[in-house]
Design a protein around this ligand. Sequence first.
Ligand SMILES: Cc1cc2nc3c(=O)[nH]c(=O)nc-3n(C[C@H](O)[C@H](O)[C@H](O)COP(=O)(O)OP(=O)(O)OC[C@H]3O[C@@H](n4cnc5c(N)ncnc54)[C@H](O)[C@@H]3O)c2cc1C
Length: 482
Amino acid sequence: MFVDVVVVGAGPGGLACAQTVVRQSPGRRVLVLEAGRGMRNRPCPVDRGLRCTGCAGICNVISGFGGCVHYGDGVKLSLLPSGRRLVDHFGEDRAGELCERAFQFLTAPLPERPALHGTSLGAPVIEAFARHGLAIREYPVAVLGETQVRDMLTALYGFGDDALTVWEKSELVAAALNKDRLTVSVATPSGPVTVETAHLVLATGRHGVTSTQNLLTAFGVQTIAPDMSLGVRLETRAEVLAAIGVEHPDLKITQLERVDRKTKTFCFCGGPNGGRIKFTNYQRSFGREVITLDGHETTERTPGQRPLAANFGLLCQLARPGTSTEVRAEILSDYGRLSAGRPVAQSLRAFMARVAEPRSWPELAAAVTFEPSVKDLNTARLDTLFTDAEHASLVESLRRVMGSILDHADVDISLDELADDVVVVGPEVEFLWDRVPVDKDCKVANLPISVVGDAAGIAQGIVQAAMMGVAAGDAIANGKLA
Ligand SMILES: Cc1cc2nc3c(=O)[nH]c(=O)nc-3n(C[C@H](O)[C@H](O)[C@H](O)COP(=O)(O)OP(=O)(O)OC[C@H]3O[C@@H](n4cnc5c(N)ncnc54)[C@H](O)[C@@H]3O)c2cc1C
């Protein structure tokens, strides 16, 4: 069987690429391979208060039609300059155009263009953060609630074009160069299948974090190791993060003074309805079972007996000796020793003081005033995953960020008073991906292969993945590549 283009991964990067090709070059046939399950067949046990079981080797949070955009969750669509490395990569004008097209691609199915927040911030919020030595990074962000995400994915799923075929539960397992074509081997539910193609687009995101790198290395591609960040996710009652969440739904901060180790807020899930902590199960991609954290803003959850929770990530850039591979191995081995690679929790007070949490998880969960969004946790010394310097940077940053948030929210409570009502969950890890050397068409030199989205290691995010997908799709449709 021959198809003009094989796109691997039905996340925002792969789907944007596939649709761009078929819309712009009638007659070209595109096959999308998706290792995960169908759009509506991706329940996460953790979301339902159960234990993470790994879902038979395919984590439904990060795999399936939609990729990490998970049917049933909300998302934030953060526009440039969020993901500013793409501005360096594409140039300012092209990046701006791609960003607008990516946003259009994602939101066109919605009845109206979503409102954007996060820019033209008022003086009170800017001053509240400046008093704590912080500046807010302004960029436009749209929050899509659960219904809007369902509508968006349903429209992407229903995109009908004879030239585009999607194979679900079908995983690319190998690729070999055969003159100027590629032979790709696919594991499908009905057995192995071989497909010939003129061009391969890898949009494999988190699920493909190590397999894609192995494939590229086998083709002789030299990837560039990432700067790693390690941190935690803080969960507290939604009311505390609501005001800042409305003003800037994807709050990111810059430290005004020079600091020893940079820290940053990450994937902020505030807003009046708060958000949910998500487990992302990497299975044995790193040689041992590893679950890390993410978050999703929500708009439609209904509270039970206790108020809803909101959360945000706080990450510290690592400056440990050794290569990234060695640092990553060290972190994963510490995590394995701490809890066999499963997320753990500590009260903020215990985390800050670097002492053992005396309570079990059920006791800690019962003691806070809100309903924690995840049940599958144990208490442990999460703080021990960090060096003294990393821990000190995180605590200092946390004091500043929470101090600013509390000042701005005009809540009459100090961080020390709040410390028993904040749960620290972790670890959260950023930049697992090596950076792949791709050109402005997202193509790897001397190979009929493009790499887009998270897999390219340039910038994370839904809009950012779709931008790269559109760029690769343009080049393929214009006959520049295949
Ligand atoms: C829980 C969570 C919440 C997030 N929230 C936000 C948010 O609100 N806003 C935001 O901008 N970003 C968010 N992100 C990040 C964002 O979702 C990703 O940056 C984005 O989805 C990357 O898109 P992608 O197309 O590169 O890859 P992905 O979305 O990861 O999709 C990759 C797809 O490729 C498939 N695949 C991998 N390998 C193979 C293979 N060998 N064969 C076949 N298929 C394969 C996978 O199954 C997967 O479906 C979140 C991430 C997570 C995990």
